[in-house]
Each structure stands twice: as C-alpha cells, then as structure tokens.
Design a protein around this ligand. Sequence first.
Ligand code: ZN
Ligand code: ZN
Length: 168
Amino acid sequence: MKILLADIVGKDRKFSYLESLDSLLSDFTLKSPVEAVLLARQKSEESYVLSGTVKASVTVGCDRCGKIIPLPVNREFQYVLHIGQQPERNAEYQCNDEDCEALYLNEAAIECEAIVEEQLLLAIPVQRLCDESCKGLCKECGINLNEKKCQCGEFNSNSPFAILKKLQ
Ligand SMILES: [Zn+2]
Ligand SMILES: [Zn+2]
C-alpha cells in the first residue's frame, strides 16, 4: 500500500490493512499476512509522523536443534518522515534513537510495504532458541540431545572420558 502525503496534509489518517509480504526473503516463515495499523499525520510543512503496529504470526527454527517454534510478533513503531535527500549519508534509514527513526522520502508518498517488512524483521530476535537450556544436536551423529543421549562424546579424544580410558 502507498500513502500519498497529499492525502494527510492537515489531518490525521488511520490505515488498517493486511500486508502479505510475498517477496519476503528470510529464514523464518510467515503463517498469515501481517496486520498493519498505520497512523499518519503532518508534523510540520516538510515533515510527517508515521506510527503504528505490526502484528504477525511467525515460526522460526531453533538455532541449536532446528525445532520449529512459534513467535508471535506485536511491535509498535514510529518514524519521522522528511521529504528530500537525507543529509550526508546515502542510506535510506537513519536511526536517531530506538523508538523514533527518521526516514527520508524521495517522493511525496509512503511505501508501506517496505516499512512493514522492516518492522517485522526488527521484531525477530537474533538468537532463536526453543529453550534457554536447549542442548542442540550432536556434532558427530546429529542426534537431538534434548531427546536422547549418544556415545559420541566418549570416543572423542579431547573429552575427559577418553583421557580417563587411556589412563585405565
Ligand atoms: Zn532447540
Ligand atoms: Zn552423537
């Protein structure tokens, strides 16, 4: 969806819609379209505020054992939008602080898909574990160590068990 800045001049506008993000390239699965609620208002002649929430139902694989874990996303965000080129650096986004980011628009319109996608990506944690104490998979035999034990460690020459065996 695209919001034309001309449509929000002098008034607050609220948009609720579903964003399917078909082109999303990432290592998690979107179980349903993202629910986006966007609130746009004019701040000054040359700047606008876009705030809102993105809600989504996502699944990710555990970093250690690969188990699929559900991850509900419910993230609030706020951008201050400026029209024109970002001063100095060329990047599209510039972070001022965590809650409020400045976004520079090349045209008098807001591309909502990019913003919803950005917020969804920010909501996914870097470390994804099924459990803090997940033991992961054995590097030797690939067994899920949360479910079963294997003997691999005992034959590994670096393990204390192997050293004990040599001493016996
Ligand atoms: Zn795990
Ligand atoms: Zn093993």
